[in-house]
Design a protein around this ligand. Structure first.
Ligand code: ADP
Length: 465
C-alpha cells in the first residue's frame, strides 16, 4: 500500500514515541513494584519479630502474661501495615488482642470481624489481609503464639505511594503522548513539505516547464542539493530542447538549399529555359554531392558517437602526425596568405586511432583557415602536460561570441557570422572532433574573443586507462 511521506514519518514518530513512553515507564513501574514488595516484606518480618521480642520481654518481667502490661503494648506491637495481632497461650486460648483503630474507609470491607476461626481469631476476608503466625518463648520454652493480620501490599504506604505514582504516571504519559503526536505531526510536515514541493517541481519540469523552481529553498543540505540538481536538470533539458529545435531547423535549412538549387536547375532544363550544358550539369551534380557529403558526415558522426564505433587503436606518433597535417595544409594557407606556425614537441606518442585523430586536427585547422582573414596567423602546437598530450590550434580570426561559444560543438550549430560567410561548412566538423576526442578518453574545449581569435585545445591521455 502506498502512503504519503508525511503519513509514513508520522507513523514512525508515533511508533517510536509509544515505545519510549509506554514500554520504558511500564518497565520502570514493574521494577519499582518488585523492589518495594521485597523491601516491605523484609521490613514486615523485622517488625513482627520486634513485636514478638516485646511480648517476650513483657512475659519475662512477670514470669506470666500480665493483662495490664499487655494492654499498654498496642502501639509498640502494631506497626504499619499490621492492623491486628492476637496472642494465644500454648493451649490456644486467646490472651490478648491488639487492634489498630481504622479510619473510615481505610479498609475495604469488615475483614477482621467478618469471620473468626475456632480460636476466635479474625479470618482475612476477600484476600484483603495477609496473615502470619510466630511463636513466643521464654527461657527456651514456648509460652504462646502471636498471629498478625496485615494490610496487603497494595494497602501499605508503599503500595499506596506506588499506586499514586502509577496513576500520575499514566496521566503524564497520556499528556506527553498527545504533545509528542502534535510535535511529530509538525516535524513530519516540516520535512515532507519541501520534499513534496521538490517532487511537484520535478513533475512540472517533466511537463516542459523547465524553469519551474518557484524560488524553492531548503535549509536541509540534502534537500537543497536535490533542488539544485533538479534545477540544473531543468535548465539542461531546456537547453537540449532549444538545441533540438535549432538542429531540426538547421537540418531543414541545410537540406533545403541544395534541393532548391537542384530543383530549379532541373525545372529550367525541363522547360527548355536552360540548355543542359556540361557546366550546368556539373553545378547540379555539385549540389547533389553537397547533399551526399552532408549525409555521410552525419553517418560518420553517429558512428563515432555510438561508443567510439570504428576506432582502431594503435601507436600514434602525434609529433609526426601534426607535422604531416601542417604540411598538407601549408599550400591552402599560403594561397589565402595566412601564416601557419608550428610549435611541435618531438616524440609525443599515444595509443590512438591515427586516422581519426588526424581528422580531428584537420577539422580545427580547416576551421582556423576558414574563419581567419588573409594576413592572419594560425599556430598549431603539441606538448606534453600532466600525463596528457595537448594539441592547440590558435588563430587570429573572427572569433566566436560569448553566446555562441557553449554551443559550437553541437551538431549543425553555426554562428550567424559563419552562415553569412561564403566558405561556411555544414556545422558538423566540431561535433565530429569532439566525438573522436571523447572516444579516446580526452576532451576538447574552445576559448575565444570576438574579433580577436580563437584557441581550440584537444587534451588526450598519454596512457589509456
Ligand atoms: P562548420 O563546418 O560550419 O565550420 P563546425 O562544427 O566546424 O562547423 O563549427 C561550428 C561553428 O563554430 C562554425 O560555424 C563557426 O561559427 C564556429 N567556429 C568554429 N571554428 C571557428 C574558428 N576557428 N573561429 C571562429 N569561429 C569558429
Amino acid at each position: 500500500m502506498k502512503r504519503s511521506l508525511r503519513t509514513q514519518m508520522l507513523f514512525q514518530y508515533v511508533v517510536i514515541v509509544i515505545i519510549c513512553m509506554l514500554v520504558i515507564p511500564a518497565g520502570i513501574s514493574k521494577l519499582l513494584d518488585r523492589q518495594f514488595r521485597l523491601f516491605t516484606s523484609d521490613r514486615l518480618r523485622e517488625d513482627q519479630q520486634e513485636a514478638v521480642r516485646i511480648l517476650e520481654d513483657s512475659y519475662a518481667l512477670q514470669g506470666r502474661w500480665d493483662m495490664t502490661a499487655l494492654a499498654g503494648l498496642r502501639g509498640d506491637i502494631l506497626r504499619w501495615p499490621m492492623v491486628h495481632a492476637a496472642l494465644y497461650d500454648t493451649e490456644g486460648t486467646l490472651i490478648a488482642e491488639f487492634r489498630r483503630p481504622m479510619r473510615h474507609g481505610a479498609m475495604r470491607g469488615p475483614a477482621m470481624n467478618s469471620g473468626r476461626d475456632e480460636r476466635g481469631f479474625a479470618v482475612p476476608g476477600r484476600g484483603e489481609l495477609v496473615m502470619n503466625e510466630l511463636p513466643v518463648s521464654y527461657g527456651g520454652r514456648p509460652v504462646g503464639t502471636v498471629r498478625f493480620l496485615c494490610l496487603p501490599f497494595v494497602e501499605s504506604r508503599e503500595g499506596i505511594f506506588l499506586r499514586k505514582f502509577n496513576s500520575h504516571m499514566k496521566y503524564a504519559i497520556g499528556g506527553m503522548l498527545i504533545i509528542a503526536v502534535i510535535i511529530s505531526f509538525v516535524m513530519a510536515d516540516l520535512i515532507s513539505r519541501p520534499v513534496l514541493n521538490v517532487s511537484k517541481m520535478a513533475s512540472l519540469i517533466g511537463k516542459g516547464r523547465y524553469r519551474a523552481d518557484e524560488g524553492l529553498k531548503s535549509n536541509i543540505t540534502e534537500l537543497q542539493t536535490l533542488i539544485d540538481s533538479i534545477k540544473r536538470l531543468g535548465l539542461g533539458l531546456e537547453e537540449q530542447e532549444e538545441l533540438r529545435k535549432r538542429l531540426m531547423s538547421d537540418i531543414a535549412h541545410e537540406l533545403r538549399n541544395p534541393l532548391a538549387i537542384i530543383k530549379s536547375h532541373l525545372e529550367a532544363f525541363e522547360d527548355g529555359v536552360w540548355e543542359p550544358t556540361e557546366e550546368r550539369l556539373r553545378l547540379t551534380v555539385d549540389e547533389i554531392d553537397r547533399l551526399s557529403r552532408m549525409i555521410s558526415e552525419i553517418e560518420k558522426l553517429t558512428s563515432i558517437e555510438n561508443a567510439g564505433n570504428g576506432i582502431v587503436l594503435g601507436s600514434a606518433d602525434l609529433s609526426d602526425l601534426t607535422g604531416r597535417v601542417a604540411m598538407t595544409y601549408d599550400p591552402l594557407y599560403r594561397s589565402k596568405s595566412v601564416d601557419l606556425k608550428r610549435e611541435i614537441e618531438p616524440d609525443v606518442s599515444i595509443a590512438a586511432d591515427e586516422t581519426k585523430i588526424r581528422q580531428a586536427v584537420e577539422n580545427l585547422l580547416s576551421n582556423a583557415l576558414r574563419y581567419t582573414d588573409s594576413g592572419g596567423t594560425v599556430t598549431l602546437s603539441l606538448a606534453r602536460s600532466d600525463g596528457t598530450a595537448v594539441i592547440k590550434v590558435s588563430d587570429t580570426g573572427i572569433g566566436i561570441s560569448e553566446q555562441d561559444l557553449p554551443y559550437i560543438f553541437e551538431r549543425f550549430y553555426r554562428t550567424d557570422k559563419s552562415r553569412t560567410r561564403s566558405s561556411g561548412g555544414l556545422g558538423i566538423g566540431l561535433a565530429i572532433t569532439r566525438a573522436i576526442v571523447e572516444a579516446h578518453g580526452g576532451n576538447v574545449r574552445a576559448e575565444s574573443r570576438e574579433g580577436k581569435g580563437s584557441t581550440f585545445t584537444i587534451t588526450l591521455p598519454l596512457k589509456r586507462a
